[in-house]
Design a protein around this ligand. Structure first.
Ligand code: ZN
Ligand code: ZN
Length: 263
């Protein structure tokens, strides 16, 4: 990305650095173009990777397995007529809006879906990181798509030999491959992002929507729903996948992940 999709010609790329004393205007523009796009791309990549790791390693809201024992039920001191649900698959007391995940083999609070891309369920505790993950992947794909398109049209205008270090057929093949890849991931993650925002704003998970469940809970719609998922009033912290990160907890969870998230 850093070099192959730059609009700078091969000669410009070679001459920008030693020419500190007599830097031409084109070479200086080329330097800033490469630097800014490189910083933007890598910044988005770090945010996307962090969001991915946090979705993967954060407990999605798992209900303790096998807690529906007689002793535990008695300790709850239920009032007459009060109903609680027991999951027959993992023998746990099923809180409202929890669903059993057949892949994780346990019940997850406010389970939205099981995502194979993050190897974890998306639920009450990690939905915000999943939303950020789809948003940053969509942004990075859009950025790559724009860079590829811009590079292609720049190459059409100048000599191909000056435009790329690769031969014209190889450069075109690489550009087509990059465009298709960026388009594929942009479409997929943008749709996912839109679906998630729609679910959050309607306070309805994907499973509840598919099952057409009538809401028995007090719905927190639009901004209230967003505030509940992202934690607090609108701020830049909503976009920060590092927010609330406690490394020790994360490392412990990563170590246990083999046993805990048996996927
Ligand atoms: Zn269950
Ligand atoms: Zn799952």
């Amino acid at each position: 990305m850093w070099s192959s999709t730059s609009r700078c010609s091969a000669q410009e790329r070679k001459r920008w650095w030693p020419a500190a004393s007599g830097l031409s205007r084109t070479a200086a523009g080329c330097f800033w173009y490469t630097l800014i796009n490189g910083v933007v791309f890598n910044f988005l990549a770090v945010l996307a990777l962090t969001s991915h790791l946090r979705t993967m390693l954060t407990d999605p809201g798992a209900v303790p397995k096998g807690n529906a024992t007689k002793e535990y039920m008695e300790s709850l001191q239920l009032k007459p007529g009060e109903v609680i649900y027991k999951c027959p698959k993992c023998c746990s007391i099923k809180p409202e809006r929890a669903h059993h995940c057949s892949i994780c083999k346990r019940c997850i609070r406010k389970m939205d879906h099981h995502c194979p891309w993050v190897n974890n369920c998306v639920g009450e505790n990690n939905q915000r990181f999943f939303v950020l993950f789809t948003m940053y992947i969509a942004s990075i794909s859009l950025h790559a798509l724009c860079l590829s398109g811009f590079h292609f049209f720049t190459c059409v205008r100048v000599q191909w030999s000056e435009c790329s270090d690769f031969s014209p057929p190889v450069a075109v093949l690489l550009l087509i491959f990059l465009c298709l890849e960026a388009l594929l991931f942009l479409t997929f993650t943008a749709v996912m992002f839109g679906t998630q925002i729609h679910s959050i704003c309607n306070d309805e998970t994907e499973i509840e929507r598919l099952k057409n469940e009538k809401p028995t809970w007090e719905r927190r719609v639009r901004w209230e729903g967003m505030k509940a998922v992202f934690g607090g009033p609108p701020s830049l912290l909503w976009f920060n996948p590092f927010a609330g990160l406690r490394l020790r907890v994360l490392m412990g969870r990563a170590r246990k992940s083999g046993a805990e998230f048996s996927v």
